[in-house]
Design a protein. Structure first.
Length: 137
């Protein structure tokens, strides 16, 4: 299926078809984060797993964490995603903690995901209130 799609695509062969981003449900940051990781990872399509204040579920395991990982595995196993982006942002309604705490959570989330998916390329960003992307890890 993937080869058939590639052969009819105008995209370079070297460009990956899928990467996956774990991000907040907040509409202000999804496009920003997806565009950042599409460019950074060289991926044509970005699968997106969302939750309000996503990083808090990855920094500290909760009931929701297993569902997020289950959603993530669909992208990895069915779309062949080998790159995972993590996004947190300022003024997060789902995770109303200081910016410094959010940035630490991004680091912890990336570390957690690297343990869960050791073969994947994983990076994390934080988006400021002015929509500036800061690479955390
Ligand atoms: Zn948020």
């Amino acid at each position: 299926m993937r080869n058939r799609l590639c052969s009819h695509s105008s995209y370079p062969w070297s460009m990956r078809l899928f990467a996956v981003v774990l991000t907040c449900m907040d509409g202000r940051v999804q496009v920003k984060g997806n565009n950042y990781f599409s460019t950074t990872f060289g991926a044509r399509n970005i699968d997106t797993v969302t939750a309000p204040g996503m990083v808090k579920y990855l920094a500290d395991a909760t009931e929701r964490t297993s569902q997020i990982l289950s959603d993530l595995r669909i992208s990895i196993h069915e779309h062949g995603s080998a790159q995972i982006g993590v996004v947190a942002h300022a003024d997060c309604a789902g995770n109303p903690v200081p910016d410094s705490t959010q940035k630490r959570q991004v680091s912890e989330a990336v570390a957690f995901l690297r343990t869960e998916f050791p073969g994947a390329e994983i990076a994390g960003i934080w988006v400021s209130e002015h929509s500036i992307v800061e690479r955390i890890l």
